[in-house]
Write a protein that binds this ligand. Structure first.
Ligand SMILES: C[S@@+](CC[C@H](N)C(=O)[O-])C[C@H]1O[C@@H](n2cnc3c(N)ncnc32)[C@H](O)[C@@H]1O
Length: 268
């Protein structure tokens, strides 16, 4: 890994180690991280519950992967892995940051599910041998690593031939979020800055990352704007200008400017 990329990984690590996805949704200061109340409190805001298409994808994939071994890259607090475990998939849950790994471990213990392993791992340099997993799952992660192409090729390396890469929520351009992104790192949902790296790509660029795969699905998602709680310049523009204008567009037009692309691909 060259020096510039190593520095980026350091910045990404430091940001996510103190901003584990989920912590920003805590609105009750009495709720202690790692407790059952904590996981229940933030659960509605976490991806598989907030974005129904993620849960549908988990349901569909888990049926194909029952008893097989899935690697999750960038597991955050482990909500997606938890759903796979509950559906009979063997899971190795990984994240770049020790804090995410520690919270995921507490989460699985509370839910009484058993992963194959829960450990730190860098998507750009996975600590697994070639051809290990039946599936790789990453949700909202690879475009935030500093080298998306390399992350996808690492996923390919650790997949068995015929294995499934299920990569959700690449950030698209053009999209409504790409427009907002130009207004700075202020987050519109919570009182924190966005991560140091969030790369936006055209669909052609994203699909080109999947060399050595057969892409079986590439679907545009998040093409309606949800309610947010924040105020401030960026959030107000979102709430009072962009959201009302965009959400009345017919679906076929709105989808052209969808925020996210999710790709399922099979290693050749
Ligand atoms: C937006 S969060 C998504 C978390 C989880 N997938 C979810 O949907 O709840 C991004 C996650 O990717 C992790 N991450 C960022 N760069 C990574 C890397 N190079 N390798 C592994 N994980 C990484 C972060 O630590 C963070 O937990």
């Amino acid at each position: 890994m060259d020096e510039k990329l190593a520095l980026t990984v350091g910045d990404v690590h430091d940001y996510w180690n103190t901003h584990t996805l989920g912590l920003q949704y805590v609105t009750d200061r009495n709720v202690q991280p790692g407790t059952p109340e904590f996981f229940a409190h933030i659960r509605p805001w976490m991806n598989p519950y907030k974005f129904p298409w993620i849960m549908e994808r988990i349901d569909r994939e888990a049926q194909l992967l029952n008893g097989k071994h899935l690697l999750e890259i960038g597991c955050g607090m482990g909500y997606d892995s938890l759903e796979f475990l509950k559906r009979g998939v063997r899971v190795t849950a990984t994240d770049l940051t020790p804090n995410a790994v520690a919270i995921t471990r507490q989460h699985f213990d509370l839910e009484r599910v058993q992963a194959e392993a829960i450990q730190t791992a860098n998507a750009l340099d996975l600590p697994f041998t070639d051809n290990t997993f039946d599936a790789v799952w990453a949700n909202g992660v690879l475009h935030a690593t500093g080298d998306t192409r390399r992350a996808i090729q690492e996923a390919k390396r650790v997949l068995k031939p015929g294995g499934r890469a299920i990569i959700s929520h690449f950030y698209r351009k053009p999209s409504w979020m790409y427009l907002l992104h130009h207004l700075g790192r202020e987050n519109i949902e919570y009182k924190e800055e966005d991560p140091p790296v969030n790369e936006f790509y055209t669909e052609d660029e994203i699909l080109d990352f999947f060399q050595g795969f057969e892409v079986v699905e590439a679907v545009r998602e998040h093409y309606r704007l949800l309610l947010v709680r924040r105020s401030g310049l960026k959030a107000n523009l979102y709430t009072y200008v962009l959201r009302p204008m965009y959400n009345v567009l017919p679906e076929s037009v709105a989808k052209k400017f969808a925020y996210k692309l999710s790709v399922t691909a099979i290693k050749l």
